[in-house]
Design a protein around this ligand. Structure first.
Ligand code: SF4
Ligand code: SF4
Length: 82
């Protein structure tokens, strides 16, 4: 489990999340930012500072944003545990 940035980041990308992440696991992925699931320590620092409410703990990601979980895993080569 890790935190996940959904497509709500697209068009905002203000990087508030990057500033508060203690392990620097949030990266620019072009249209939006993306969290490395292997590095995220589930500290919840990023979620409340996001002005777009784009960040969720993995199990709380809305169904229509499930693709964001798969995209992050694929990008960072993390195996899908499901
Ligand atoms: S704080 Fe939210 S909107 Fe801003 S870059 Fe991070 S995920 Fe995107
Ligand atoms: S939950 Fe913590 S470690 Fe994970 S991306 Fe957000 S700020 Fe970084």
């Amino acid at each position: 489990m890790s935190y996940v940035i959904t497509s709500r980041c697209v068009g905002t990308k203000d990087q508030s999340c990057i500033e508060v992440c203690p392990v620097d696991c949030i990266h620019d992925a072009g249209e939006q930012l993306i969290i490395d699931p292997a590095e995220c320590v589930d500290c919840d620092a990023c979620r409340p500072v996001c002005p777009a409410d784009a960040i969720f703990f993995e199990k709380d990601v809305p169904a229509e944003e499930a693709g964001s979980i798969a995209a992050a895993r694929q990008r960072f080569g993390v195996a899908d545990p499901h």
